[in-house]
Design a protein. Structure first.
Lengths: 329, 338
């Protein structure tokens, strides 16, 4: 960041204010003819598709649905909508009346939180392992990236969305638990009997049971961490080795701080990914309500959900950005 | 430590002598190394197996006849192998037509997405203009905002589509664009399609790494802005652009959200929506009398769903095998220049 600012200063010492910015887009004045004004115009032309798209297909619908979340919306004949202002009723409905929404929200959030942390840890560990030299490394990397393709869009959850199947699976799980075949359940019993704090283990066993979901969600994160690891210069490790650093110390003093900026990127990506997945049960509920054409309720539910996601992203990036170490060449 | 054993591979006698000299250090180091690589191998094998196993199971169940499903002695290898199941799923998902529709829609959409995102990414990376930071914050917002939040209003926008009331003035009525490809093409061409914010970010990261002098040299030689972009920047950026195209192709191929809301209609089935509603069509398909739907056994339902998933995945996996390098490298580049 600092480096960039310095460069800019070297190229153009004077700062442009509001007037220059406007003038550079109006032909027939001195500012308009400068190289910098020309560049500004071309830059705006390049991003014009985005500006148009953002205004028409993002900002406007966003405002519209925000208004809708305070209205009772019904389909009118001929495709239009009847809207009636009802204040916070929709929010009250979402949080107080709807039988599933708040329950699922409360259930899903801790699960997503735990899964996000587990995803980050696992992808970091795997990236460290994949960064070592061993036979078949390319193949293993290719396989770990496969989930990016196999767990997108319609694919995750389509098999578990089948209600009959869920019922059957519940029964088979019960059978497995009672017959003692289920290893993690048996282990859980054992540990809870031995009197170790059971709350911690519950979380841990949740993680182990959802390891498949976690691995399927960590494709991109692994690659991002891996690229960060490969960017660390080997001379750092050599120096540490000469000074008598053990591998463990080198990991915490070199590897971890050097990769930490990517932790922020990955955290945000992971949280967004978990919040927007199709097999997410809050999303499922919202879709169900959407299919009943209760647009006002949907808008309110979406906004609550979005606010929660945003809060999570904000808090976690605040925490992480404090611990991040930026290496400057 | 490592160099000590690796530098002198020698024969066993030399090693043994060295081991004795160092008081068993060499042997211990070797054992430790072997143990670590064994543990690593086991861990990686386990995780890789976990990723691939569902696909293999799907493949084996897809070939089983219905009675094999209920036979508990049949686990992985089907006793009565049959391709009949595939025929059934083809019928259920409207196969050749839905796949062809998916293919051309996906290609069209990805094409527009990539062109728009390349232009925008280039603009953000190489030019300074007023409000640049604001617009880039908007790009980040596009990544973060779930499209579900705006689905209702988008739906309405496209059912009564109008540009500043022009159509209403001309024809007396606004256009209903829902069910045609046009809304989605419009969204992709303006960077508002599926995960477009991410592609803009990736391409911007790439273009930022190109030295300024290249641009200046082109300018001195009399290149116009467009010429610089097309003839100098674009050829080098092709791998990144291509990988964005691949990403958008893969994600669009399996996408349900946009497809269900804007694209799919009765006359133009799209594979992902067909797949998501496959169960509801099964009961009618299997009953001899169309008016009396029967309940299809759960095992059979699951089998047919997984065949559907398999059909969806096979083209993508083949594509991935050939382009694996491009995928992985592009992401790597995005990360390292953060």
């Amino acid at each position: 960041m600092t480096v960039k600012a310095k460069n800019n200063k070297a190229i153009r010492p004077e700062r442009w204010g509001f007037t220059e910015s406007i003038l550079s887009f109006i032909p027939g004045n001195d500012t308009f003819r400068t190289m910098r004004a020309r560049n500004a115009r071309h830059g705006v032309l390049f991003i014009l598709p985005f500006i148009l798209g953002f205004l028409v297909f993002m900002a406007r619908p966003l405002i519209q649905s925000f208004i809708m979340s305070f209205e009772e919306v019904t389909l009118a004949q001929g495709g239009g909508l009847n809207e009636k202002f009802i204040g916070f009723e929709n929010y009250k409905y979402a949080l107080g009346v709807d039988p599933y929404y708040n329950m699922r929200l409360v259930e899903e959030i801790p699960r997503m939180l735990i899964n996000s942390v587990a995803t980050l840890v696992l992808s970091f560990v795997i990236a460290v392992i994949l960064n070592q030299k061993f036979k078949g490394r390319t193949l293993v990397r290719a396989i770990f990236f496969l989930p990016v393709i196999l767990s997108s869009g319609v694919l995750p959850g389509i098999e578990s969305q089948n209600e009959f199947y869920n019922m059957m699976q519940g029964i088979s799980e019960e059978v497995a638990n009672s017959s003692g075949v289920n290893l993690s359940a048996a282990l859980q019993d054992l540990l809870s009997v031995s009197g170790v704090g059971s709350g911690v283990f519950d979380v841990l066993f949740d993680m182990i049971d959802s390891i498949y979901d976690i691995v399927m969600a960590s494709g991109i994160q692994i690659i991002v961490f891996l690229s960060g690891l490969q960017a660390i210069s080997p001379s750092l490790y050599e120096a540490a080795d000469v000074e008598g650093c053990t591998a463990w110390e080198a990991f915490w003093k070199i590897t971890f701080p050097m990769v930490s900026p990517l932790l922020l990127v990955n955290t945000i990506y992971t949280i967004i990914d978990f919040f927007m997945k199709n097999d997410n049960r809050v999303m499922e509920r919202i879709n169900e309500v959407w299919q009943r054409l209760e647009f006002g309720h949907v808008a309110a539910m979406n906004y609550i959900y979005f606010a929660v996601a945003l809060a999570f992203i904000g808090v976690s990036s605040l925490i992480i950005s404090r611990g991040v170490h930026y290496y400057e060449d | 430590m490592k160099t000590k054993t690796a530098a002198q591979p020698g024969d066993k006698a030399v090693l043994r002598a060295k081991n004795k000299q160092s008081g068993g250090y060499v042997a211990r180091a070797k054992a430790k190394k072997a143990l670590i690589s064994l543990a690593r191998g086991l861990l990686l094998f386990g995780l890789c197996f976990m990723i691939i196993q569902p696909m293999l199971t799907r493949l084996s169940t897809s070939l089983m006849a219905e009675k094999d499903l209920y036979d508990s002695t049949v686990v992985l290898v089907p006793r009565n192998p049959t391709l009949d199941n595939f025929r059934i799923v083809f019928d259920l998902t409207n196969f050749p037509r839905s796949m062809i529709n998916t293919l051309w829609t996906t290609l069209l959409v990805s094409f527009f997405q990539v062109i728009a995102c390349t232009l925008v990414g280039y603009g953000f990376a190489r030019y300074n203009f007023p409000l640049k930071k604001f617009w880039f914050a908007c790009v980040i917002a596009v990544i973060v905002i779930p499209p579900q939040t705006i689905s209702t209003s988008l739906y309405i926008t496209f059912t009564n589509f109008d540009i500043f009331g022009i159509f209403r003035a001309l024809t007396g009525n606004s256009l209903n664009l829902r069910g045609s490809v046009l809304p989605y093409v419009l969204m992709s061409a303006t960077c508002m399609g599926l995960k477009d914010g991410l592609y803009i970010y990736m391409l911007r990261q790439y273009f930022r790494g190109i030295p300024k002098s290249l641009e200046e040299a082109a300018f001195v030689d009399g290149c116009s802005t467009m010429q610089t972009f097309v003839q100098i920047m674009l050829p080098d950026a092709m791998p990144t652009v291509l990988s964005c195209f691949l990403f958008s192709f893969v994600w669009q191929w399996t996408d349900l959200f946009y497809t269900r809301n804007f694209l799919a209609i009765q006359s133009r089935p799209i594979y992902s929506t067909e797949l998501s509603t496959i169960v509801s069509r099964m009961s009618r398909y299997f009953s001899s009398d169309a008016s009396k739907p029967i309940i299809v056994p759960v095992g059979r339902q699951q089998q047919l769903i997984s065949i559907g998933v398999l059909i969806c995945c096979i083209p993508l996996i083949i594509l991935y095998i050939f382009t694996q390098r491009t995928f992985v490298q592009s992401i790597a580049m995005t990360g390292s220049k953060e």
